[in-house]
Design a protein around this ligand. Structure first.
Ligand SMILES: [Zn+2]
Ligand SMILES: [Zn+2]
Ligand SMILES: [Zn+2]
Length: 142
């Protein structure tokens, strides 16, 4: 069985990636056949398999049929990672997103995020490694 859901489909290192957008989250909401994105797009998405952050624009959003198993289980769930720039006197807060298996705990997500050694940029252009003491993870709904 399939169900129609809004997804993000984009290319990362030449590979097609898809994640299902929660019906309602800080990213936007689905209203019937329309997705209403909020003003935060484009978003930064941390690709765990490739270990880097990709910029994903709202043109990646589309309505597609996805396998309807348990809610979110097949495509994974979306996590929001908020981090604070470590540069002295900067303290800019940024948000990135990542997708994880729905059975993963917060500790699992944190472990795999740190394993990537992905580098992130704050809005002032400071580049840093994600560091556990300066990030907060929260699970977005499905
Ligand atoms: Zn990737
Ligand atoms: Zn990428
Ligand atoms: Zn900064």
């Amino acid at each position: 069985m399939t169900e129609l859901r809004f997804v993000c489909r984009f290319q990362c290192d030449g590979v097609d990636h898809t994640f299902v957008l929660p019906r309602q989250s800080p990213l936007g909401k689905s209203v019937g056949e329309q997705y209403q994105p909020t003003g935060i797009w484009p978003i930064d998405f941390l690709c765990l398999p490739h270990g880097h952050v990709c910029r994903v624009g709202r043109e990646a959003i589309r309505l597609e049929g996805v396998a309807a198993l348990a809610p979110g289980l097949h495509e994974g769930v979306l996590w929001e990672i908020e981090y604070e720039c470590a540069r002295q006197n900067c303290g800019q807060r940024q948000t990135i997103y990542t997708r994880y298996s729905a059975v993963g705990t917060q500790a699992d997500v944190l472990r795999d995020v740190l394993k990537t050694r992905a580098r992130v940029l704050c809005s002032e252009g400071h580049e840093a490694k994600l560091d556990m003491a300066r990030m907060e993870l929260s699970l977005l709904g499905s």
